[in-house]
Design a protein around this ligand. Structure first.
Ligand SMILES: [Fe+2]
Length: 163
């Protein structure tokens, strides 16, 4: 099933967006590491790797339908945050942007009756529900811990258990 130029462009844009997410989360990982929050660093390291895998999935999909992969530009990202809550707030808001982008591409695939792209993108809608939920869960834990240092150590330790 061939890709229209428009759909191919949108999928390539998503590849860059997934790499951008990896780049952003790597900035967070560097910040968390500097902070000495080992568990949180571990969590974000895995998240960074996951985003690279998402980019790879989109690349493979484009290739599998004989499309042309283009690697677009990614922007500079900060390594400067203001505590754990600010990191996961920024992460959650970025995931929401990614969800919106994937939903827009899915709408285009549906409009063009591109069933292969539709099926592929639907799995990513599910993935995004999970991603937002993961970020929201951590943010809730961080907010619950508040200024309690002991509770924050427990949160960090829990984040260190992510597989
Ligand atoms: Fe992603």
């Amino acid at each position: 099933m061939e890709l229209s130029q428009k759909l191919q462009d949108a999928l390539n844009k998503q590849v860059a967006m997934e790499y951008q997410a990896a780049y952003k989360y790597n900035g967070m990982r560097i910040y968390l590491d500097d902070l000495g929050a080992h568990g949180a660093t571990h969590w974000m390291t895995l998240q960074t790797k996951e985003e690279i895998q998402h980019a790879e999935d989109f690349i493979q999909f484009i290739k599998s339908v004989d499309g042309q992969v283009e690697l677009g530009q990614i922007k500079k990202e900060t390594t400067d945050y203001d505590g754990l809550a600010s990191v996961w707030e920024a992460g959650l808001s970025h995931e929401k942007e990614i969800t919106k982008s994937i939903e827009d591409i899915l709408a285009l695939a549906i409009k063009e009756n591109n069933y292969a792209a539709e099926n592929f993108l639907r799995t990513y809608v599910d993935e995004q529900v999970e991603e937002e939920d993961n970020f929201r869960d951590v943010l809730e834990l961080i907010e619950l811990a508040g200024d309690d240092i002991t509770a924050m150590f427990q949160v960090d330790s829990k984040l260190g258990q992510r597989k």
